[in-house]
Design a protein around this ligand. Structure first.
Ligand code: BV8
Ligand code: ZN
Length: 294
C-alpha cells in the first residue's frame, strides 16, 4: 500500500471523475470558529473531560453539571460564526458549483459529528445570499447536511416526545447565573454550582426534566440508514477535522475505501489510520480545503 499522497494535481485528477462525494466532519472543522475540540487543549472542560459528560449516565447522576457543560458550549457556539471551511462545504452543496470542482459529480453530502449548527448556519447564510429566484441547480441544498450527533440547540424531554430548537441564552436563569463561575474555572460539580433539578430546563409539554438534543455515547446516532446508503454509494470521502475515534463515524472512510472509493484526509496533524487514506493534506482545514479544492 503506497503511502498517502499530498499531491494536489493528482487529487484534482481524481475529482474529474468522481460521482458521489461524502464529507465526514469533526470538531476540527469548527476549531477556526473558536469552538474547542474534544481532544485538543480545548478538549478539557474545567477539570472534567468532555467525553465523560456526554453520556446518559453522567446526566442521570448529575443533570446540573451536564446542563452547565452544554450551557457553556451553547454560549460558545452562539458567539461563533461559520469559517471558510464551513462556507466552502456549503457551496459544494450547490449542484452547479459542485460541477466546477468535480464535473461528473451527481451527489454531495456532509455528515457532521458536530452539534454546533455552524454548517447549517453556513447553508442558511448562503441560501439568503443566493435567494429563491434562481434555478434549483444554483441553490444550496441544506438537506445534504446530516448532523448525526444531534444539535446543541435542540432541547428535548426526558419523558415525552417533546423536542424544540431553542436558541435563547441562557435557556434558564439558573444556567445563566453559572457564567460568572466559568472564569474561575471552578471545579465542575462543586457545591456552589449545584442547580436543583426543578430549576433546570423543563419540558414545555409535560413538565419533566429536559435534556440537550444531542446524541450521547451509547445512544444511537441519527439517520444511520441514510448515512449508510450515502457511504455505500460514495466514490470520494473527505475526512475533515476529526480524530476518527468515535464510531460509527470513524468507520465510514474505511467503508468507502473498501469498495474502491478514494479517501482524502484534511487534518491539522497526522492521525492513526491515515496510512489507509489515498491523500492526506495536513494543515488547517479552513486553509487546506479552499487551497486543494480550489
Ligand atoms: C453508538 C455529541 C450504538 C454530544 C458525541 C469500543 C470500540 C469501538 C466503539 C465503541 C466502543 N465502545 C463504545 C463504542 C461506541 C461509541 C464510541 O465510538 N466510543 C469511542 C469513544 C470508542 N460510539 C457511540 O456510543 C455512538 N453510538 O455506537 O450507538 C447503537 C446503535 C443502535 C442502537 C443504540 C445504540 C454515539 C457516539 C456519539 C457521542 N456524541 N457528540 C456532544 O457533542 O456533547 S461524540 C463527540 O466526540 C463528537 O460528536 C465527535 O464524534 C467526537 C469528537 O471527535 P472529533 O470530532 O474527531 O473531535 P476531536 O477533538 O477528537 O478531534 C479533532 C480533530 O481535528 C483532531 O484530529 C485535530 O487534529 C483536528 N483539528 C483541529 N483543528 C483543526 C483540525 N483539523 C483541521 N483543521 C483545523 N483547524
Ligand atoms: Zn415532556
Amino acid at each position: 500500500m503506497p503511502p498517502p499522497s499530498n499531491n494536489v494535481d493528482d487529487f484534482r485528477a481524481i475529482l474529474q471523475q468522481v460521482k458521489h462525494i461524502v464529507v465526514i466532519a469533526g470538531a476540527g472543522l469548527s476549531a477556526a470558529s473558536g469552538i474547542p475540540t474534544f481532544r485538543g487543549a480545548g478538549g478539557m472542560w474545567r477539570s472534567l473531560d468532555a467525553t465523560s459528560l456526554a453520556t446518559p449516565t453522567a446526566f442521570a447522576a448529575n443533570p446540573s453539571l451536564v446542563w452547565q457543560f452544554y450551557h457553556h458550549r451553547r454560549v460558545k457556539a452562539l458567539e461563533a460564526s461559520p469559517n471558510a471551511a464551513h462556507e466552502l462545504l456549503a457551496k459544494m452543496s450547490i449542484p452547479n458549483y459542485l460541477k466546477t470542482i468535480a464535473p461528473a459529480a451527481k451527489t454531495f453530502h456532509l455528515v457532521t459529528q458536530n452539534v454546533d449548527r455552524l454548517s447549517t448556519r453556513a447553508m442558511d447564510v448562503l441560501s439568503a445570499q443566493i435567494g429563491k429566484d434562481v434555478k434549483l441547480a444554483d441553490r444550496p441544498r441544506p438537506v445534504s447536511v446530516i448532523e448525526m450527533h444531534g444539535r446543541l440547540f435542540d432541547v428535548k424531554c426526558t419523558k415525552c416526545d417533546w423536542c424544540t430548537e431553542d436558541l435563547s441564552n441562557p435557556l434558564c436563569s439558573t444556567l445563566g447565573a453559572t457564567d460568572a463561575l466559568l472564569d474561575d474555572y471552578h471545579d465542575a460539580g462543586s457545591k456552589e454550582n449545584d442547580i436543583p433539578e426543578d430549576a433546570l430546563p423543563r419540558c414545555q409539554q409535560c413538565g419533566a426534566l429536559a435534556r440537550p438534543g444531542v446524541v450521547w455515547f451509547d445512544e444511537k446516532p441519527l439517520r444511520l440508514d441514510d448515512i449508510n446508503s450515502i457511504v455505500y454509494k460514495a466514490d470520494l470521502c473527505l475526512v475533515v477535522g476529526t480524530s476518527s475515534t468515535v464510531y460509527p463515524a470513524a468507520g465510514y472512510a474505511y467503508r468507502v475505501k473498501r469498495h474502491n472509493g478514494t479517501v482524502a484526509v484534511f487534518n491539522l496533524e497526522p492521525n492513526k489510520g491515515d496510512e489507509h487514506a489515498d491523500f492526506v493534506f495536513l494543515g488547517r482545514c479552513e486553509d487546506e480545503l479552499p487551497r486543494v479544492l480550489g
